[in-house]
Design a binder for this molecule. Structure first.
Ligand code: SRM
Ligand code: SF4
Length: 581
C-alpha cells in the first residue's frame, strides 16, 4: 500500500480505502493485536493513528542490526490528548510512571500541549490504553484524520472571565469534535476476562454525525488565542478562534482558517500557510462554525492526494471567497466580517506569576519537552518530587513546557530547591535564547526525520549563548525553532530563526518570522552543515545588533532589511571585512 505519497490520482488514496473499509476505525486492529507478531499490517498501521498510536522502529537500532539482517525492532509512539494542556499532578505522575513501566523511560511534552510516549511494544499497547483511560485521558484522535488536540492559552489566571470563558469554550469544542466511534472502547478497553467495556458510547451503532464513515481527508488542528497572548501560535492552525474582548467580556471570536506548516520541498504544490481571517462569530456560534468548517473540509478536501489534503489546500483550490460562501452554506447564515482585533502579544508564561486568587503559578522551561533523567540531570525525578509533595495543578504549554498552578508563596523556594538538587536549572537560570528555542522529536524515533533535531539543539544553544552575550543581546527574545525535516512539527516557518533538516547533518536556515507568529519567514541559506549553524546565526545577530532600530525585534529587522541585505552584510562579517569575522 502506498501511503501518504499518492500523487494527483483521482482515485481515493490508500489511506482513504483503509478508512472506508474500516467500519469506523475498527479494521483488523483487534485481530492483529492478538496475532503474536511484533507489528501490524499496512491498513491497520494507518487506522491506528486515529487511535493515537504510530508504529515505529528505532532507526539507530535498525542501522546497528543491518548486517545481521534481523527484523525491525518495532515499537509504538503513543500520543495522549490533553485539551488546552490541562492536567492534574496525579495525571502527570501517572504518565511518567507509564513511560517508565511500559515505554522508554521518558515522556515528551509536545508542541500542541499533549504528551507522547515512545517505545511501547505491541503486547503492551492494550495495557497502555487502559491505563491512559484509567488516568481519565484518551489517545483517541490524538493523531489521524480527525480534529487533533485543541490548543488554548494555558495560563491558570483566576478572576479573569475572558480567559475562563475561553478555556471553557475549548472544553466544549473538544467534546463536540471528538469522534463518537465505539471502536476505541471495543479494541482497547474491553475487559479481557468479562468482555465488558470500561465505557460504552450510547446508541445501538456507531454514528459519526460530524465526520461520517471516512472521517476527514487529513489531520485537522484548532487553537484558541488572545490578541495580547498568542502563545498557541494560532495562525499555524487549520482553524483558529481569536478572542475579541472588551472590558472583561468576550464579544466573540475572529475565525481564522487554513493555517499549516508542513511542506514537501520536492512537491511545488505544497507550501506553508498562515491561517486566513474568515469572519467573526459570537461565543454561542463557536461550535456551529467549527462544525461547518470541518464539514466543508470533510466534503471538499482532497481525498486522493494526501500531500494537498489539508484545509489550506482546500482553501487555495476553492479560493477564499468561495470557501467562505461554502462555509456560510453549511453554517446556515452569513459570517460577520472580522473584528479588527489581531495578535499583538505573546507570553510563554515561564517564571513566577500571581494567578489572581492569592496563589501563584510557575512556568518551568522543559528543554524541547523531554522529561528524562540522564546523568546528573534528573528532571524526571525532580518532577516526581514536585508533583507528589506540592501537588500543583499542571498545564502543558504549546512551547513544550510546564506550568504549575495553585502554589503558595513558599513553594517558589521549594521548587527551586528540588530542581537544583536534581541538576535542573530553574527558569530564571536559563538564557533567553534557550527559553525561546524549541525542537521537534526527529531521530531516532521519527520515521520522517532526515536530520537530528531534539538531540542537537541543546548543543547549538550551548555554543550560541556566549556569542549572544558577547553581542549584548542576552536579553533579546527571539524564537529559534529546529526540525529534523520540512514537516515542521516545531513550527519553524513563522519563527525569527527557523532551522529545518535538509539531509543528514545539513539544514536550511529561515529568517524573518516573529514571536507573534503572524508572518512566515523566508529561506536564508540552504544545506548548511550543523557545525556552521552557530557561526551563521551569530553573523545574522551581529547584523541585527549593528543595524536595528531601537524597537525592532530580530524577525522584524530581517524582514525590513530583506534576506539579501542580511546575507550580504553577514557574508562580509563572516569574511572578516566588518572586523569581527
Ligand atoms: Fe508533527 C508527522 C511529531 C506537531 C506537522 N509529527 C509527525 C510524526 C507523527 C511522524 C510520522 O508521521 O511518522 C512525528 C512523531 C515523531 C516521534 O517519533 O514522536 C510528529 N508533531 C510531532 C510532535 C510530537 C513534535 C514535538 O516535538 O512536539 C508534535 C505533536 C503535536 C501533538 O501533540 O499533537 C507535532 N506536527 C506538529 C506541528 C505543530 C502544530 O501542530 O502546532 C506541525 C505543523 C503544523 C501543521 O500541522 O501543519 C506538524 N507532523 C507534521 C506533518 C506535516 C503535515 C502537513 O500537512 O504537511 C507530519 C507528516 C504528515 O502528516 O504526513 C507530521
Ligand atoms: Fe519528525 Fe519531521 Fe516532525 Fe521532526 S518535523 S518530528 S523530523 S516529522
Amino acid at each position: 500500500m502506498a501511503d501518504e505519497q499518492d500523487v494527483g490520482s483521482p482515485k481515493p488514496s490508500a489511506v482513504e480505502v483503509a478508512k472506508t473499509a474500516s467500519h469506523y476505525l475498527r479494521g483488523d486492529i483487534a485481530k492483529e493485536l492478538a496475532d503474536g507478531v511484533p507489528g501490524f499490517g499496512k491498513a491497520s498501521v494507518q487506522l491506528l493513528k486515529n487511535h493515537g498510536t504510530y508504529q515505529q522502529d528505532d532507526r539507530e537500532a535498525r542501522k546497528a542490526r543491518e548486517g545481521a539482517k534481523s527484523e525491525r525492532q518495532i515499537s509504538f509512539m503513543i500520543r495522549t490528548v490533553v485539551p488546552g494542556g490541562k492536567l492534574t499532578a496525579a495525571q502527570l505522575l501517572a504518565a511518567i510512571d507509564m513511560g517508565d513501566e511500559l515505554g522508554n523511560g521518558t515522556i515528551r511534552l509536545t508542541t500542541r500541549q499533549s504528551i507522547q510516549h515512545h517505545g511501547v511494544v505491541k503486547g503492551e499497547l492494550k495495557d497502555f490504553m487502559r491505563r491512559v483511560h484509567a488516568n481519565h485521558l484518551t489517545t483517541l484522535a490524538a493523531c489521524g484524520d480527525v480534529e487533533r488536540n485543541i490548543m488554548c492559552c494555558p495560563a491558570p489566571i483566576h478572576g479573569n472571565p475572558v480567559r475562563e470563558q475561553m478555556q471553557a469554550k475549548l472544553d466544549e469544542l473538544a467534546r463536540h469534535l471528538a469522534p463518537r466511534t465505539r471502536a476505541y472502547y471495543e479494541i482497547w478497553l474491553t475487559d479481557p476476562d468479562t468482555g465488558e467495556q470500561q465505557r460504552v458510547a450510547g446508541g445501538p451503532e456507531v454514528v459519526e454525525p460530524i465526520y461520517g464513515p471516512t472521517y476527514l481527508p487529513r489531520k485537522f488542528k484548532t487553537a484558541f488565542a488572545l490578541p495580547e497572548d498568542n502563545c498557541t501560535d494560532i495562525y499555524a492552525n487549520d482553524l483558529g478562534f481569536l478572542v475579541v474582548h472588551e472590558q472583561g467580556r468576550i464579544l466573540g471570536y475572529n475565525v481564522l482558517a487554513g493555517g499549516g506548516m508542513g511542506v514537501t520541498p520536492s512537491a511545488a504544490k505544497t507550501f506553508p500557510a498562515l491561517a486566513k481571517r474568515l469572519g467573526f462569530v459570537p461565543p454561542e456560534d463557536v461550535l456551529a462554525i467549527a462544525e461547518a468548517i470541518v464539514k466543508v473540509q470533510r466534503d471538499h478536501g482532497n481525498r486522493s492526494d494526501r500531500k494537498v489534503a489539508r484545509l489550506k489546500y482546500t482553501i487555495h483550490t476553492m479560493g477564499l471567497e468561495n470557501f467562505r460562501a461554502k462555509v456560510e452554506e453549511y453554517f446556515g447564515k452569513k459570517l460577520a466580517p472580522c473584528h479588527p482585533a489581531d495578535v499583538h502579544g505573546f507570553d510563554d508564561h515561564i517564571g513566577w506569576f500571581p494567578q489572581g486568587n492569592g496563589k501563584h503559578f510557575y512556568g518551568l522551561n522543559v528543554e524541547n519537552g523531554r522529561v528524562h533523567d540522564s546523568g546528573s540531570f534528573r528532571l524526571k525525578t525532580a518532577l516526581r518530587q514536585i508533583l507528589r509533595e506540592i501537588a500543583p495543578g499542571v498545564r502543558i504549554t504549546a512551547h513544550q513546557s510546564l506550568l504549575f498552578s495553585d502554589l503558595a508563596a513558599g513553594d517558589r523556594d521549594r521548587i527551586a530547591t528540588i530542581l537544583r538538587a536534581h541538576g535542573v536549572k530553574t527558569s530564571e537560570e536559563i538564557s533567553t535564547v534557550r527559553r525561546w528555542s524549541m525542537a521537534c522529536v526527529a531521530l531516532p524515533t521519527c520515521g520522517l526525520a532526515v536530520a537530528e533535531s531534539e538531540r542537537v539543539l541543546p548543543g547549538l544553544i550551548d555554543s550560541l549563548e556566549p556569542e549572544v552575550a558577547k553581542l549584548g543581546l542576552a536579553a533579546d527574545a527571539f524564537t529559534i525553532r529546529m526540525t529534523g525535516c520540512p514537516n515542521a512539527c516545531a513550527r519553524p516557518y513563522n519563527s525569527d530563526i527557523g532551522i529545518v533538516g535538509r539531509t543528514a547533518g545539513k539544514y536550511t536556515i529561515f529568517l524573518g518570522g516573529r514571536l507573534l507568529g503572524d508572518r512566515l519567514n523566508e529561506q536564508y541559506k540552504d544545506v548548511v552543515p550543523f557545525e556552521d549553524l552557530c557561526r551563521e546565526i551569530t553573523a545574522v545577530l551581529a547584523c541585527y545588533k549593528a543595524e536595528r532600530t531601537a524597537v525592532e525585534t530580530l524577525g522584524d529587522f530581517c524582514h525590513r532589511k530583506g534576506i539579501d541585505g542580511v546575507r550580504s552584510w553577514a557574508g562580509e562579517w563572516l569574511a572578516g571585512a566588518r572586523g569581527h569575522g
